[in-house]
Design a protein around this ligand. Structure first.
Ligand SMILES: Nc1ncnc2c1ncn2[C@@H]1O[C@H](COP(=O)(O)OP(=O)(O)OP(=O)(O)O)[C@@H](O)[C@H]1O
Ligand SMILES: [Mg+2]
Length: 412
């Protein structure tokens, strides 16, 4: 019981003798007690005085105890109410308890200590309820704050993933520019050579001294050089179209139909600038007839991350690393694609293996690693492609990622 403030009790009873003795008894215990001689007055005093507890008789003129109870609990649902009723009113007492009375005392009250006990028990319970309510409120508030921090964190992670994607796209664009430079450069050189040869030829022709051998010579040069221009321009066009597709897919979440084998070679073409000056090699074995209606961008990001990881981590101290990619339709299960990616690099220790998919886990902190690569791969495989991924690796034995995902599924 909270002893710091005097508790106010309203006693509603039409029998003056009982009312006065109850009031006197409770006042002796230091309570502030207000009396009321019937239900209607009781209710008026309840509203004016705002007591902490109500003691109420059941049988009263004007307004009986059950009506008072209903009106009081409607105004203040958590207020303790104790019914004081004659021994003959058992069914009304039961009804009163059902309506929200906290306790009851049988009249005549033979032992006033019973009354005191009921009153102090009710106050204790009210205090506990108040604490529980406060506790619940605090919990709800803490919960709200936690949810908010979680949302903020998730947003921050989304932003990071997004900027990671943009960085990958930026690198891709730089790689494209570099790769296309060669065929375009050769094309420009060949075209200007052709131009020089042609103006020389024109001069000789205008002077009327053109020899047959010079004509033949010129024609042969034109044929060779234009052929070289054609080959190089075709190469540039081919590079641009595959880069374009990979870049679009990498930046979007579009679902479309594509042949997995063809698409993987486009991805590898776009990654070639990253490893072509090294002795590393990428070998691909993919069933020809896997046509997916899926998210090509996911495959591009998965391979991008895995290959970059092999180049940066796996082949850190090696010159002739080998990446092997095997993609098959599982024989026992028609509908499942088995995608195995392995490298023969330095491998991972137990901790790296366990944490590789954790966001922000990296052994290259401060050296360009954010630790998001494999967690993005994990999310793409499990959420976008609705599949699974396992990592097998030990120090000195390279890594092996086994991925499985359904060939067909309906978007939910
Ligand atoms: N092929 C691999 N060989 C050896 N270790 C690897 C390989 N792939 C991943 N790892 C280990 O797993 C860690 C997590 O890889 P993840 O791609 O998530 O992060 P990261 O490459 O360090 O950084 P980020 O990809 O964000 O630039 C790496 O730091 C590395 O220790
Ligand atoms: Mg990485």
């Amino acid at each position: 019981m909270d002893d710091s403030v005097v508790k106010k009790i309203l006693v509603i009873d039409d029998e003056v003798y009982i009312r006065d003795s109850v009031i006197g008894f409770l006042e002796d215990f230091g309570f502030e007690v207000i009396g009321a001689e019937n239900g209607r007055i009781g209710l008026e005093r309840f509203e004016k005085q705002n007591p902490d507890l109500v003691l109420c008789d059941l049988r009263m003129p004007e307004m009986d105890g059950l009506e008072v109870l209903a009106a009081v609990t409607q105004k203040k649902s958590k207020i303790p109410i104790i019914i004081v009723s004659g021994a003959g009113n058992i069914s009304d007492t039961v009804e009163a308890l059902r309506l929200g009375a906290w306790d009851y005392i049988i009249k005549p009250i033979q032992d006033m200590n019973v009354l005191y006990h009921a009153v102090s028990k009710a106050f204790e319970r009210a205090e506990l309820l108040k604490e529980k309510y406060q506790y619940q409120k605090d919990l709800e508030k803490a919960n709200k704050e936690l949810t908010f921090s979680l949302e903020t964190l998730e947003r921050a992670q989304d932003q990071l993933v997004q900027s990671e994607k943009m960085a990958a796209l930026g690198e891709l664009v730089a790689g494209v520019a570099h790769e296309i430079n060669t065929p375009v450069g050769v094309g420009v050189t060949a075209a200007s050579f052709l131009e020089a040869k042609t103006s020389e030829f024109k001069k000789t022709y205008s002077s009327g001294q053109l020899k047959r051998s010079e004509l033949e010579n010129y024609l042969q040069t034109v044929e060779e050089v234009s052929n070289s221009i054609l080959i190089n321009m075709e190469r540039a066009a081919e590079l641009i179209s595959s880069f374009k597709q990979v870049a679009v897919d990498q930046s979007s979440q579009n679902r479309r139909r594509f042949n997995l084998k063809e698409y993987i070679s486009e991805i590898l073409l776009s990654l070639r600038p990253r490893y072509k000056k090294t002795g590393h090699e990428i070998k691909v074995n993919c069933d020809e007839n896997i046509d997916l209606n899926s998210f090509p961008g996911a495959f591009s990001q998965i391979l991008n991350n895995m290959i970059m990881n092999s180049l940066i981590h796996g082949f850190e101290d090696m010159e002739n690393g080998i990446i092997q990619i095997d993609i098959t339709r599982r024989e026992d299960k028609e509908d499942t694609i088995l995608f195995i990616y392995q490298d023969n690099g330095k491998g991972m220790n137990q901790e790296q293996k366990e944490k590789a998919f954790d966001p922000f886990y990296t052994t290259m902190r401060g050296k360009g690693g954010t630790g998001l690569g494999m967690s993005i791969v994990f999310n793409l495989i499990t959420q976008t492609l609705k599949g699974s991924i396992d990592c097998d690796s030990s120090i000195g034995n390279g890594v092996r990622f086994t991925m499985k995902f359904p060939e067909h599924w309906e978007e939910s």
